[in-house]
Design a protein around this ligand. Sequence first.
Ligand code: SAH
Length: 503
Amino acid sequence: MNGEAYMTETQETRTAPPVEKNDEVLADIVGISHDGDGVGRVDGFTLFIRGALPGERVRAKVLKVKKQYGYAKLLEVLEASPDRVEAPCPVFRQCGGCQLQHLDYAAQLAWKRRSVVDALTRIGKLRVEGEPGGTGGEESTDAQPLSARESSGVAPGILVHPTIGMDEPWRYRNKSQVPFGYFREGAKKGQLAAGFYAQGSHRIIDMDSCLIQHEVSDRVVARVKEIVRQLDIPAYDEERHEGVLRHVVVKVGVRTGEVMVVLVTNGPHLPKRDLVVQDIRARIPGVASICQNINSARTNVIFGPETKVLWGREVIYDYIGDIRFAISARSFYQVNPVQTKVLYDKALEYAGLTGEETVIDAYCGIGTISLFLAQRAKKVYGVEIVPEAIADARRNAELNGITNVEFAVGKAEEVIPEWKRQGITPDVIVVDPPRKGCDPALIDTIIAMRPRRVVYVSCNPATLARDLRILEDGGFRTVEAQPVDMFPHTVHVECVAFVEIDY
Ligand code: SAH
C-alpha cells in the first residue's frame, strides 16, 4: 500500500505519530483505500481500518504504526454511513475475495467513478468536467453534449461517465478455483474442507456457497466434496505435501451453458477415477468436459504442466457478443462475460471504425478485443507476450472465420516499433495493459505513429492517468472515460478511455 497518497499536511510536518499500537481510538473515516479499507483520521494521522466506510465515526484498536500511517481494527461503528449495508456473504470478513460487500452497490459504482476522476486529476493533472480546475462547474458533468461544450471556446475537460454496473451484480464469475484440504483445528479438525484460503494464509476455510460465483460452481464443489467423502479419496495436505485432490476448478460458458470441471491432483493417480467421472456426469447438468491436471510440485501455483481429458471435450465454448471462444483448462478468459461485452462494445464505439481502418490491439491476450474490432475494421494486428495466448487467439480467429487479423508474440513495446519500421500505419491503437500500465517505449511509439484515435482499456486508474498525461504531452487529447464494473463487490476498477489526436 502506498500510504503516502493518503498523507495529510499535518502529517508531513509532524515527527512522531499521535497513536501507539494497542491504543483504542476514535477515527473519522474520509475515504476508501485502493485495498477497500476505510481511510481514517485521528488527529490528522492516517489509519487504515478494514470495514469502515467514508462519513463514519468509528472506534478502533491500533494494530500497527508506521511513520506516516498505521492500521487499526474496527471495534464499533458509532455513526454509520447511509451507504452501509449488511454484507450478504457470511464469510465476507474472513475471505478477502470481495472487499466492498458492506457498501451499497450504487455507492460502489460511485466510488469507482471517483477513483478514476481522482487519478486523472491528481496523478494525470488532467482536467475533468465538473471538477475543480475542469470546465463547467459541479453541475455540468453529463448535461452538455461535447459540441456545446466545445463551442463555448474553453477546451473541454474529460467527460468521465457514471460507472456502468450490473443489473444483477451477483453470481457473475464464470471461473472458480477451490482448494481442497482438511480442517486444521477446532471441532472439525481432520475433516474435509473446501472453500478458500483465509486472508493472508493457506488455512482453508470451508464454504458451501460463493455469491459472486456461478451457481454451477457451488453445485460442482458440493458434489465433489460428497464424492470425495463417500469414496474416501484423500484431499491434499499442503503442509505434509501428501494426499491427492488439490483444487477443483470449474469453468462455465455462461451463454452456452457448458461446464468444465478440472480436478487438480498431486500426482497422476486419481483413485476411483471412473466413479468420480460417472458421478459428475450424472449430477452436473451441462457438463461437457472433465479434466485432470497434474501438479506434483510444492507450490502455490494451482495448475501443473500436464492436463488430461477424463471425459468429453478438451474445451468448452462460450460467446462474447457474436464471437465464439474455445476455453481450455489453462487458457485465459475474461471472468465476467456480461460486463466484458459492455466494456468491449464501448471500446469498439470509441474506436469509431467504418470498415476501412487498420487497427493495432496491444496486450491482446487471447484476441478477444482484436476479434471484436476485426468485424468492423479492414485489418487488425494483435500483439501479446504469452505464446499460448496467441495460439488461442489464432484458434479463435479460425473458429469464427475471421481472416483480417494477424497476431504476433512479443513485447508490445518491441513488436509495434518493428511494425512501424515495416510501414504499418494504424488509424486506431487499442491498448489493454496489465496493472503496471504501458511501457514508456510503447507510448513513445504511439505518439510517433500518430494514430487518429487511441482507445485505452485500463484495470488501474493510476497508471491510466500517468499514461494519458504522456499522450497528452505528445499531442493527444483525452475526450471521455467510461468506468465499467467488471468485478462487483471488489475494489477492482476497470475503465476505457477515448483519446484522439489534438488537431
Ligand atoms: N486484451 C486482453 C487481455 C488483456 S490483459 C483481453 O481482453 O482478454 C493484459 C495482457 O497483456 C496479458 O495477456 C499479458 O500477458 C499481456 N502482457 C503483459 N505485458 C506485455 C507486454 N509487454 N507486451 C505484450 N503483452 C503483454
